[in-house]
Design a protein around this ligand. Structure first.
Ligand code: NAD
Length: 297
């Protein structure tokens, strides 16, 4: 199959690699041309524009930072929409706004192009291992047709409903998984100041009702070691919480906790830590409390 892939970043490069290793002929594009080098060395074609990718491919994927980038790549000058024709399929793996996704879905449907929203979950490790969760929105028959292709980079596909439903579920998930990071840091600093070391707190919580994948994934090799190599950047976390809050506003839902968490990501970003892993939101609480959350397990 001829597959196009735009956005070869922390997530995209692994998903595209799985597709290339499965034997598809790839045409790739990224604003950082150097990101394409390993693909070109393995036989992929380069396209100078998203339009060029669409022209050369039956199925086109994007894995881009957010709504503005996706909209520009699809509908902007030399965008996918300029090169795509009836019968082709567009799959967006980015975490995006459901409202923007539904608008895009409608625009493309008018040109005879089918689209699914396929935001993914499981982090860079999941992308590398091919074990991502994929939360899919769009036509169910199209989802079934695309399933074998999606399973080449993720083993947990889940159909969420019509266009935008994948993004709704992804933003709800991230509202939870991102909001808990500042709370975790707060809880640990309380425990440490009250006299128990972080390793003991971690081991106690791991056996109890406060355990969470957000702690398991980010504490032992991340915060405990002072290692904030991304991963999932603070800037992307800020973007996702912002999109979830925008969704709350769009659908008239009062919220209290999300905005407090968003402020922590925003503040971390303003302190020049936006390109660090989201585990770095704990640094603000460390500074406030005068306690470092470092440990050897
Ligand atoms: P990233 O910033 O590492 O990668 C984005 C890539 O898109 C980069 O290579 C960038 O150069 C390219 N790009 C940006 N604008 C472009 C444009 N206009 N045209 C072409 N290329 C462009 O981000 P990432 O961590 O790979 O995340 C990608 C998406 O997946 C985001 O929507 C993110 O929220 C989501 N996501 C990330 C993670 C994670 O752990 N990193 C996990 C799940 C979902």
């Amino acid at each position: 199959m001829k597959v196009g892939f735009i956005g070869l970043g922390a997530m995209g490069r692994h998903m595209a690699r799985h597709l290339q290793e499965a034997g598809h002929h790839m045409t790739v594009h990224d604003i950082r041309r150097e990101a394409a080098t390993p693909f070109l060395e393995s036989g992929a074609d380069w396209a100078d524009t998203p339009k060029g990718v669409a022209f050369a491919s039956e199925i086109i994927f994007t894995s881009l930072p957010g709504p503005v980038d996706v909209e520009g790549v699809v509908l902007g000058p030399d965008g996918i929409a300029d090169g795509i024709t009836s019968g082709q399929v567009y799959l967006d793996l980015s975490t995006n706004s459901p409202v923007a996704t539904r608008r895009l879905h409608k625009e493309l449907a008018e040109r005879g192009v089918e689209m699914l929203d396929v935001p993914v979950s499981g982090g860079v490790e999941g992308a590398e291992a091919g074990t991502l969760s994929m939360l899919v929105g769009g036509d169910e028959a199209l989802y079934r047709r695309m399933l074998a292709l999606l399973q080449q980079f993720g083993d947990k596909p889940f159909y969420c409903g019509p266009s935008g439903a994948g993004q709704v579920c992804k933003l709800v998930n991230n509202y939870l998984s991102l909001s808990i990071q500042p709370l975790l840091a707060e809880a640990f600093t309380i425990g440490i100041k009250a006299g128990v070391n972080p390793a003991t707190i971690f081991n106690a919580v791991s056996r109890s009702t406060g355990d969470t994948p957000s702690m398991q994934r980010r504490y032992p090799t991340g915060l405990f070691k002072g290692n904030f190599a991304p991963g999932f950047t603070v800037n992307l976390g800020r973007k996702d919480l912002g999109l979830a809050l925008e969704m709350a506003k769009d659908f008239d839902v009062p919220v209290q906790y999300g905005p407090i968490s968003w402020k922590e990501y925003d503040e971390t970003s303003k302190r020049d830590r936006g390109l660090l892993d989201i585990g770095a939101v704990a640094l603000i609480q460390e500074e406030r409390s005068g306690v470092e959350i470092r440990a050897d397990l």
